[in-house]
Write a protein that binds this ligand. Sequence first.
Ligand code: F3S
Length: 812
Amino acid sequence: THAAIPTEKECSSITPPYSRLLGNLSDVRHLLGNRPLTLAEKILYSHIADPVKSLANGQLKRGETYLQLSPERVAMQDASAQMALLQFMSAGMSKCAVPTSIHCDHLIQAVDGAEADLKRSITSNQEVFDFLESAARKYGIEFWKPGSGIIHQIVLENYAAPGMLMLGTDSHTPNAGGLGMLAIGVGGADAVDAMTGTPWELKAPHVVGIHLTGQLSGWATPKDLILHVAGKLTVRGGTGRILEYFGPGVFNQSCTGLATVANMGAEVGATTSTFPYTPSMRNYLIATGRAPVARAADEAASTGFLAADDGAEYDEVIEINLSELEPSINGPFTPDLATPLSKFGSFIREQGWKDEISAGLIGSCTNSSYEDMTSVANLAKQAQAAGLNVKVPFLCTPGSEQIRATMERDDVTNTLQGVGAVVLANACGPCIGQWKREDKKEEENGKLHLASRPEVLLILCFSNFDIFQSVRRSSVGLKLNLTFRTSSNFKSRNDGNRLTMNFLASPTIVTAMAFSGKLSFNPMTDAIMTPSGKPFKFSPPVGQDLPSAGFTPGETAFYPMPIPEPQPETEVIVRRDSQRLELLEPFPSHFGEDCGNMRGLELPTLKVLMRVRGKCTTDHISAAGPWLKYKGHLTNISENLLITATNDEGGDVNVAFDHDHTALESETDTIPGVAKRFKARKQPWALVVDDNYGEGSAREHAALQPRFYGCAMIVARSFARIHETNLKKQGILPLWFANKADYPRIGAGDSVETSGLADLLKGFPDAVIKLKVTRRNGEVFEILTKHTMSSDQLKWLRAGSALNHIRSQIAS
Ligand code: F3S
């Protein structure tokens, strides 16, 4: 069983190899002329696989140079781990090259409360958990069972360490940045790079410095800091950038508070977020049983490794005085619509919204720290003493079994339940749309929800964000009286209420509002009438950073064996008739006569399937909710391809036109319907898409599915970073319009031929890819494109996918 307090030996497996990293960094410094470095640069550059070889020309430009990196660890959640493991299995290795963990959290549905939900979800997902556990055993992966907690909390509590570089197959992986490291959310194929020991490629990000002065006080929390940053940077402001916080304001915050800030950097699209090593990080490491890691970090910090150099240059600096920060409420529909609490009442009056909330949700991986929970319990106690209970359903999702057990021991759970809270399982639940909401039916539209979590509330996290987007699309669709050609499950996929508006706020603000029941409630100024007719006003919440009696591990049966040995004789369980798991067939290369392409190293002639209009997140491309259960079954999940995307030709959702249809087929079909026809005809195809295509979660299915149906190229006004990389990994060529105005010039049924790609593949890096477009009306013209393909990524394209390339490397 898991040792609650790790031994020195166990800590050796989770301590970053500081002396090697410092040696690497010194090589890089030398090659870069000893210029001062930001902390983010130090951590990244110390993980370059072979600095002397890759930086021989002394060139390393942020935003341009591709780095080949060696991450130290991989963490995967149960939904994304399925496809990652299926891909890893097809690489043909006997064990993982780096320590890897699997966390069962996304597949637990929230209905009745922790115990019943866990039991039911284990039964309904048994074959997936069996698959994950057997694969973990075979390859020596740490398997955190359902009930153990949410991936990012467990990583923070067990694996994160200052100066480490980690990949996680979830967009909120940056949460671990709260411990002064770089944790980056990636798709399964990137995780497979690290798991196979293949250097993982990342374009050197820009670094935004966020200089914190002053001190949070009163009702302002770290959550409000990141909500404020989201408002400033917007959902695209972090793309291709690392957010590096520095200044005195970092040093008076708790480690878990910093983790909240890092977690939600994902909402602005940041590659990740980080902080210099602080005493609160050391205290957190010690409190979670990792004193040896803290000692090693102290030593590394004494060399200057765990903070930026004096004079380090940031690409942009944002100044924030924490003393001036007030609570923020972000939303609805987007995490960057930030409204200061003092202005929120007038904001909702201007909008004409009903001043009522229908549910409050707190916890999840972003806001379930001991400090969050004790602050919330402090408010609950105040309200209870005044004779108040919550006025709306109030759900709490502990982030881990350790948090749950410590809350229970310290009377926090009792206090919350005493005022009417429901404590859910230690899992994602409502945050990922796994909320079987019984209190509000679809017809009761227009009610407002308030939650402290992006995911939970539909906003921020990929999951939340996805939910937000789907709600937004639904409401816009209803207003315009559009018909959705989607699966019938989709309309009620989140909480069953298509017009739910969701907002993000700190857990303490959410709690105060749950007692008031009003969206306009400002606990700093407003009072609630008590049953005795007296007005009650909250005092600012008081929480406790770390439990004075230490953490208690709770049910250790949920935990894995530390450092498990691979058991190669284990058979990985995939049922032949499974509807949820399917072994992967390698994608064929686009090139060569074998696949019918007579155009050499140019792509075959492609048909455009459709032109996608406007915002198209990975949730539009591969919807979540009920589709989550098919994460490990590519054929089944591909039925949801782009089902909520809008066709720019006609403006309808999930409508595509097949201009080559037979007499037996209709011209109009669903998008997956037309994609299936193209696949059946062996007709490779292309998509034309708008700005920031593929924003949102790191969901690699959004790249796998179009590839599965035969997509070879996507031409965009712009791409979101992770999704663009995912497309490359699966052998789809992402091209950017050199002139964005060319977007509407290509439409469904047009033929497109590349030129210039062959030169690029032959090693001429300056070759320009042009597209010869033959419209359905016979008009022919050429357009210019740009690309971000590195030489290694071109090898993936050539091989048909990154995995095909890795497999051939391992074989040779
Ligand atoms: Fe889970 Fe939501 Fe976090 S889906 S991982 S609790 S962002």
